[in-house]
Ligand binder design. Sequence first.
Ligand code: AMP
Ligand code: MG
Length: 340
Amino acid sequence: MTARTRDIEKAAGALRAGGLVALPTETVYGLGANAADPAALARVFQAKGRPPSHPLIVHLCGPEHLDLWVEDVPPAARLLAEHFWPGPLTLVLRRGRRVPREATGGLDTVAVRVPDHPVALALLAAFDGGVAAPSANRFGSVSPTTADHVRAELGDAVDFVLDGGPCEVGVESTIVDTTSEIPSILRPGGVIREDLETVLGRPLADGSTSRVRVPGQHPTHYAPRARVVLVKPDKVVAEAELAQEHGHQVGVLVPPALADAPVKAHAVVALPRSMAAYARGLYGLLRELDQRGCDLIVTSLPVQQGLGLAIANRLRRAAGPRPPNDTATNAIRRQRGVSR
Ligand code: AMP
Ligand code: MG
């Protein structure tokens, strides 16, 4: 038995015993529990500090398990599952009877996906059941993309951490509601809209018209400790330098178009040109700027197409409203008409 197989067996045993296992996926690291065990699910919410009304995504080892967890799979959902699984696509479907209410926040829908990571798939096969897994971080903070991030976030709250290396995609899955006549995107993510529409052979509906409630899509989420301020690309350097002059420890994520501009700030990071590389590195960069002692992060939104849509969604929420006593960010916002 290899070390990897031994770890998978131990992790599957921990799931069977009602424990929590952090598992690598291609998107971010998940905090997994037996999706059929209400007590284990309660531990997930407790470990994360996540409100129990926020539903979890149930991870399966293949589309053939779909009918165990959901009812009435419409043809569009089958088509998307065939094309994109394993992969960073979550489908919202009608909840099957065996799904505990704890997994769905009391909704009559359930979110399911098959992750594209050999370690996650090996665990799901060894466990031979559904694993409910939100991202393995404290509620509201930056999602982990390495096993070290998980240990730093959750420490002893996890029974077993499976290390599968850094995550390839780096942002969460695209969530698609397939319970309505025309599917719609509830959260942009690793599978891009253009590819979904090509496979479906029709445009997706506007997500805001979906009848599905989407709890857990908070305006502030994915946030580092440092305040995040979004400005127009041509203002990034000036805003960063101004805040630094006013006594902030400023971290700057410099858009590729400005790569050669010198910036007087505490920490300066050039963003990659490729959207895939940006998505892969995004959460790690936010963590790094926290660690380097930044109290303010200045950047701009990428062009919102393809993966840029998911990146912009996470950056907007990282820059979401903070408590009213956060005078630093709120003052900069007021002065500068920050783009949100
Ligand atoms: P994460 O926080 O990355 O684990 O993603 C879980 C998110 O999936 C939740 O916060 C919801 O926004 C969404 N979600 C999960 N289950 C459902 C559901 N049944 N209906 C609608 N959205 C869901
Ligand atoms: Mg999360």
